[in-house]
Design a binder for this molecule. Structure first.
Ligand code: OAD
Length: 239
C-alpha cells in the first residue's frame, strides 16, 4: 500500500535560507548578535525612532533581493507538484526565496521584507525600494504611516487562523531550519502532533523543542531535504 499524505505542512526558519548565503538570526554572525531586538524589532522602537528602524530594514533589502533559492527551497516545488493542493508552507522568513523557487501556498507569518503596511488604513504596499517616514500610502495617501510589514515582537502573527486550521488537519509536519525558540511558531509541532501528524525535524543540530518530533534529520537542509522529498514521492507512487 503506497504511503501518502492528505495535508502536509512545512514550517521553515532562517536555516533553510542559510545555504543561499543569508545569515540566520542566532548564529555567531547572525542579526541578533549584531543588533538589539529592542532597537529594531519592537513596535516601541519603531514609535521611538522610525527613521532608524526603516533604515535597518531598507539596508537588508538589496541582499535579500539578490539571494537565490537553494535546493531545499526548490525541492518543495517538486513536493507540491507531486502532492497537488496538499502542501502548505508556513515560513518565519521575511525573504522571498520560497516564491523565487516557485513554491505556492506560502504563509509569511512574520511578514515580508518587500512589503510595508499602512498603520492608518491597513493597505499593503509591495516594494523593494526604500520606505521612509516620507513615504505616502498609495491607498489612503496618509504620509508617515508606513511600517515595514515585519511582525515585531509583541505584535500578532499573520495568517494565524489559516495556520491553525492547517495544523489541526495536517498528517505530516516538517520543520526545516528553525531553532524553535520563538513562539508561537515553536509550538506548531506540538499542535500538529496532538492532532495525529507524523513530525520530522531537519536541522544541523538538536533544538530546544525537539521532544515533539518523531524523527530528526541532521545536516544541511539543501542536502537532506531533497533526499527526503524524493523518498516521499517514491513512497506515494512506487511505480
Ligand atoms: P534561528 O537563527 O533562531 O535558527 C536557525 C536554525 O537553523 C538553527 O537551529 C540552525 O541550527 C539551523 N540551520 C542553520 N543552517 C542550516 C542548514 N543549512 N540546514 C538546516 N538547518 C540549519 O532562526 P529562526 O528559528 O528562523 O523573527 O528564528 C525565528 C525567528 O526569530 C525569526 O523569524 C525572527 C527571529 O527573531 C522575527 O524577526 C519576527
Amino acid at each position: 500500500m503506497p504511503k501518502t499524505y492528505s495535508n502536509i505542512v512545512v514550517l521553515t526558519g532562517a536555516g533553510i535560507s542559510a545555504e543561499s548565503g543569508l545569515a540566520t538570526f542566532r548564529s555567531a554572525n547572525g542579526l541578533w548578535n549584531n543588533h538589539r531586538v529592542e532597537d529594531v524589532a519592537t513596535i516601541e522602537a519603531f514609535q521611538r525612532n522610525p527613521e532608524y528602524v526603516h533604515d535597518f530594514y531598507n539596508e537588508m533589502k538589496p541582499e535579500l533581493l539578490r539571494a537565490k533559492p537553494n535546493p531545499a527551497h526548490l525541492c518543495l516545488t517538486k513536493l507540491q507538484q507531486a502532492f497537488p493542493n496538499r502542501v502548505s508552507i508556513v515560513t518565519q522568513n521575511v525573504d522571498t526565496l520560497h516564491e523565487k523557487a516557485g513554491n505556492t501556498n506560502v504563509y509569511h507569518i512574520h511578514g515580508q521584507i518587500n512589503q510595508a503596511v499602512c498603520l492608518n488604513c491597513g493597505h499593503i504596499l509591495e516594494s523593494w525600494g526604500d520606505i521612509t517616514t516620507e513615504t505616502n500610502c498609495p491607498h489612503c495617501e496618509a504620509v508617515g504611516f508606513m511600517k515595514p510589514n515585519i511582525v515585531f515582537f509583541g505584535e500578532n502573527l499573520l495568517y494565524m487562523d489559516k495556520v491553525d486550521s492547517l495544523l489541526q488537519n495536517c498528517d505530516l509536519f516538517i520543520s526545516v531550519g528553525t531553532s524553535g525558540v520563538v513562539f508561537p511558531a515553536a509550538a506548531f509541532v506540538q499542535i500538529a502532533k496532538q492532532n495525529g501528524a507524523e513530525t520530522w525535524e531537519f536541522n544541523l543540530e538538536n533544538t530546544s523543542n525537539n521532544y515533539y518530533f518523531d524523527h530528526h534529520i541532521f545536516g544541511p537542509a539543501g542536502t537532506t531535504l531533497p533526499r527526503f522529498v524524493d523518498g516521499l514521492i517514491t513512497e506515494a507512487s512506487p511505480d
